[in-house]
Design a binder for this molecule. Structure first.
Ligand SMILES: [Zn+2]
Length: 466
């Protein structure tokens, strides 16, 4: 009841929460005057106290998960692309059962679904937390030997199994902020797999927390772990009806405090060239090699702009990723990327223009073009869901972080989920130097991510108290 709360306490708590968005503040005020719960400030203070005494399990879980090889395969046509991803899926289902989440299950495609019941009386929609189980095909994930570098003192980390692999402080500036933390790396022969087993461990730890402290309020929570994110197929067989949530959050981002609400928009672009084949001994004036046409098209791409190696931040690019062929036929595959979806059309038109210019010297050859949508900038949808973003930002503040929205020069499962009707920004997981032997993460960042998940679920629930 409002009149039982001391004025000093309200003011003190309001100051602490003063940076919160108006929407959350209003819901907090509503809660104070609501009839049946003591007040949100008390509950938030209590929650902070509970978390401060909680013995996090994310590190131990993470150390277990990274030892399971879950590398996905872009050439595979099966789902999941590699059967071994199911090893982790089964382990996670067993762990969820051990935690008392008996509806947890996996399916033929290797997805893991679990659903935590709401522990409040009000009808509240579900939110979803999501992470991917596979690791990148770019670097081996077989026989990962995680190493914990305790109490980090800002120095280069030399990995013992291959001392040429050195995680240099000057190449990894975020290490500057890890003084005294415990850094986990691989041993030099493999990636670590923090991308995205950190996200899985953090979500699993939050589930363990909720099960251990059933008095901490949360509405219904859907958990989904996907296969094949790294090969762009993480949502191919996802069951959005089963998730049945209003907001989703992937935990697959880098630096603590970051929330990625913008991704590239992405298209694939293929040029198929038909040349003229002749016996090379009798080809004068007649042969038009499709292979040479393809090479000319690639060499006519802009040299100083619009490529991955010449762009950063919000700049887009045209990137040839594969070229195949022989004299008669050739094919070039590109990826087109920009935060502005309309630019993808411009990039396609530029490729057509370059091709037609090259073909002027090959009058009997032809080309055709196929532009295919891959994924879209999630911010096109997320901008209409400010609460989805602000709650995550407020949760990070409660976890003691300085939140920041950022953009990602790539896509996530969340990009596709957002366009499938589940607005889904990407919360930091603490992963660094993805897809490489230099990958690292700190135990303390993982704990902050778990805290963020717990606060977010609590804030979301408060927001629906009327
Ligand atoms: Zn990832």
């Amino acid at each position: 009841m409002a009149n039982k709360i001391s004025t000093t306490k309200i003011i003190r708590n309001f100051e602490r929460l003063s940076t919160f968005t108006n929407q959350v503040k209003i819901s907090l005020i509503n809660t104070i005057f609501s009839k049946d719960i003591s007040n949100i400030f008390d509950s938030m203070t209590q929650l902070q106290q509970i978390i401060s005494t909680y013995s996090f399990s994310s590190k131990d879980r993470f150390l277990t998960y990274v030892k399971i090889d879950t590398q996905s395969d872009p050439k595979s046509i099966t789902s999941p692309s590699t059967e071994k991803q199911k090893d982790l899926a089964l382990l996670l289902v067993n762990e969820l059962h051990d935690l008392g989440i008996f509806n947890a299950h996996t399916n033929e495609y290797g997805y893991v679904y679990a659903h935590l019941e709401s522990n409040v009386s009000e009808e509240i929609p579900a939110i979803c937390f999501c992470a991917h189980m596979d690791t990148s095909p770019d670097c081996s994930g077989f026989g990962v030997k995680p190493i914990i570098h305790e109490n980090y003192i800002r120095k280069d980390l030399i990995l013992p199994d291959d001392p040429t692999v050195i995680i240099r402080l000057n190449e990894h500036p975020d290490l500057q902020e890890q003084l005294g933390n415990d850094i986990i790396t691989a041993s030099g022969n493999t990636l670590l797999g923090a991308d995205n087993k950190a996200g899985i461990a953090e979500i699993m730890d939050a589930v363990a927390f909720w099960q251990q402290f059933p008095s901490v309020q949360h509405g219904p929570i859907s958990i989904v772990f996907t296969p094949d994110e790294e090969v762009g197929r993480g949502t191919d067989h996802i069951d959005i009806q089963k998730i049945n949530a209003v907001y989703g959050y992937t935990l697959d981002g880098e630096k603590r405090g970051h929330l990625e609400n913008e991704t590239f928009s992405a298209d694939g672009f293929t040029i198929k060239i038909k040349g003229i084949s002749q016996h090379p001994g009798f080809a004068k004036g007649r042969m038009e090699s499709a292979l040479k046409i393809a090479a000319e098209i690639v060499s006519n791409l802009p040299m100083l702009k619009l490529s991955p190696e010449t762009t950063e931040k919000m700049e887009g690019f045209i990137h040839p990723i594969d070229i195949q062929g022989h004299v008669e036929e050739a094919q070039i595959d590109f990826i087109l990327r920009d935060f502005d979806t309309l630019k993808l059309i411009e990039y396609g038109n530029l490729l057509k223009e370059i091709t037609f210019n090259v073909l002027k010297n090959y009058p009997n050859s032809t080309a055709n073009f196929i532009q295919t949508e891959q994924y879209r900038n999630m911010n096109e949808i997320l901008k209409d869901h400010p609460l989805c973003i602000s709650l995550a930002m407020d949760a990070m503040k409660l976890a003691g972080l300085t939140p920041e929205t950022t953009s990602i020069r790539g896509g996530t499962d969340g990009s596709r989920l957002t366009f499938m009707g589940l607005p889904c920004p990407n919360i930091f997981a603490g992963e660094h130097a993805f897809h490489s032997k230099e990958e690292w993460i700190s135990v303390q960042d993982m704990q902050k991510a778990t805290e963020t998940v717990i606060y977010l679920a609590n804030l979301f629930t408060s927001n629906f108290h009327k």
